[in-house]
Design a protein around this ligand. Structure first.
Ligand code: FAD
Length: 517
């Protein structure tokens, strides 16, 4: 895949010239862009980073990268492209932290907007009965966490990894172990400021310009660029009891997960993951978790087995520790995990929320962070989850060495159906995430081709068995596939596109609509 990048684009381009061949219709565009008066600046050189993302598989070189200093910069650029009309093939992609998987934040020969440079307004925390924070669309969630803790406040709904931008996750959904309780991040927004595909700057809420508000949430960047968001926050806890329990039976594991997300709401976070044929698994946990029964745990072997790990967290403040411990003990007794496999850790709120970053540091050290990531994220309805697990965990996957496989349930009642996000038809569904990393150049079971074939088998099985599964962070190549993804929501999605981005300028990397020229 890196060859595609080098051979297909870079080799065509002398390293300091941005445009393609002189005959190209695009070649005059950088010049016309240069005439814009901006607070920030446009770059036409050294922009190869904008032709990559976390997926590390798709590489589309833009014509320019905008580093905006103001919302006006974004609006003028989009307006300029809009006013060029259909005669130009120029498109615009907002780039958050570039952690997409399949080129979704890229724009081939278009303009990529580096949203992290938009720091026009300071983060503002509003206390009171309904506390909220106002942030730039290019702000990283990790920065909101650190800043919020200075006020004892934090957002309610997170993703597992916080080095992502607000605009990037709100364009998808933003799902983590808190979603069963608070809904995804797109359900935790009061207000947005958006630059539409015509360059207009519009403020919207669920009452005012509500159609735009709901379009943009989960809208895959198709309707506007989020320049500011007002997000729900709550008092932040200081400490977290982070608990892991193992199961060998899938149905029992699901029953316990579903019990925990039902009305009791004692735990603030419920996730889980699948372990297939892993060696030395529990040893790896020892740096963070203490087994409740060290002797029994040391005799537990995971190799050759398929296990399901329930992961839960209880937020607390230090003075509550004894009541919390007692209550957790009682609640855990109700669960049907393998008795000697209880692991508990007591960590700060930041350590818990920023946990994936610890893995990032380790993976970077061994050169395994900037590798291809053929991820597959699915939303599986409760009624199909057993059939799904039987085939996928029992047959298609022979081990989980290529990366974590997460699985946890969420309640649809916490999701607002008016957003652009598509979920399965049932009240309860599971997020199942195959977070694989491919070893570069490997042709074995840890290589890209093998993992892509496996993903293909999983998708074909879901299709042929009509499991009612929807992709999360979806990726399709044809509009027919997109239509079927959106199902009954397609018509409204299409109408909204005509209303807010009539020339199909925005986020071309999603490959839903193509700019007609
Ligand atoms: P980008 O990749 O830069 O952009 C994503 C899309 O949104 C693009 O189409 C882009 O054009 C558009 N976009 C970006 N900014 C804006 C904006 N301001 N306005 C409008 N459109 C915009 N997701 C979860 O839900 N839960 C998780 O737990 C989770 N964990 C993850 C862990 C890792 C290590 C990684 C790499 C990703 C994870 N994700 C998770 C997926 C993540 O939410 C998406 O990939 C998200 O798009 C990344 O945000 P970003 O800021 O990098 O966006």
């Amino acid at each position: 895949t890196n060859n595609l990048y080098r051979n297909d684009y870079c080799s065509k381009l002398p390293s300091h010239t941005p445009s393609v061949s002189p005959q190209s219709e695009f070649s005059i565009l950088p010049l016309s862009l240069k005439s814009l008066s901006l607070d920030g600046h446009l770059c036409f050189e050294n922009i190869h980073h904008a032709a990559n993302d976390f997926g590390n598989r798709y590489h589309f070189l833009p014509a320019a990268v905008l580093y905006p200093k103001s919302v006006r910069d974004i609006s003028s650029t989009v307006k300029h492209v809009f006013e060029m009309g259909r005669t130009s093939g120029l498109t615009v992609a907002a780039r958050g932290h570039g952690h997409s998987l399949e080129g979704q934040a890229q724009a081939h020969q278009g303009v990529v907007i580096n949203m992290e440079s938009l720091q026009e307004r300071k983060m503002f925390f509003h206390t009171g009965e309904f506390p909220y924070v106002d942030v730039s669309g290019g702000e990283l969630w990790i920065n909101i966490l650190h800043e919020g803790l200075k006020h004892g406040l934090a957002p309610k709904s997170w993703t597992d990894y916080l080095h992502l931008t607000v605009g990037g996750t709100l364009s998808n959904a933003g799902i983590s172990g808190q979603a069963f309780r608070h809904g995804p991040q797109i359900n935790n927004v009061y207000e947005l400021e958006v630059v539409t595909g015509t360059g207009d700057i519009v403020t919207c809420t669920n009452k005012h310009n509500a159609d735009l508000f709901y379009s943009v949430l989960g809208g895959l960047g198709q309707f506007g660029i989020i320049t500011r968001a007002r997000i729900f926050i709550e008092p932040a806890p200081r400490r977290i009891k982070w608990i892991r329990l193992l199961y060998s039976d899938f149905s029992t594991f699901c029953q316990d997960q579903e019990h925990l997300i039902s009305s009791e709401y004692y735990f603030e976070y419920v996730e889980g993951f699948v372990i297939i044929n892993r060696t030395g698994l529990l040893n790896n946990w020892r740096s963070t978790f203490s087994p409740q029964d060290p002797l029994q745990a040391s005799q537990f072997h995971s190799e050759g087995k398929t296990l399901y790990c329930l992961e839960i967290a209880k937020y607390f403040n230090t003075e509550e520790i004894s009541t919390i411990n007692l209550r957790i003990e009682v609640l855990l007794k109700e669960l049907k995990y393998i008795r000697n496999t209880l692991f508990i850790s007591d960590v700060s709120y930041v350590e818990f929320l920023d946990r994936v970053h610890v893995s990032e540091i380790k993976l970077r050290e061994i050169g395994m962070w900037e590798v291809p990531h053929p991820w597959l994220n699915l939303l599986v309805p409760k009624s199909s989850v057993n059939e799904f697990a039987k085939e996928v965990f029992g047959n298609i996957l022979s081990d989980t060495r290529n990366g974590p496989v997460l699985i946890y349930p969420v309640n649809k009642s916490r999701w607002d159906n008016k957003t652009s996000m598509v979920t399965p038809q049932e009240d309860l569904f599971y997020l199942v995430a195959f977070l694989s990393s491919a070893v570069p150049h490997s042709t074995g079971s840890d290589g890209l081709e093998h993992i892509l074939t496996q993903n293909g088998r999983i998708l074909s099985f879901c299709d042929s068995s009509r499991l009612g599964v929807k992709q999360y962070l979806p990726h399709y190549n044809t509009q027919e596939e997109w239509k079927s993804h959106f199902g009954s929501k397609w018509e409204i999605f299409r109408k909204r596109k005509y209303t807010y981005d009539p020339l199909a300028i925005l986020s071309p990397g999603q490959k839903i609509f193509q700019k007609e020229i």
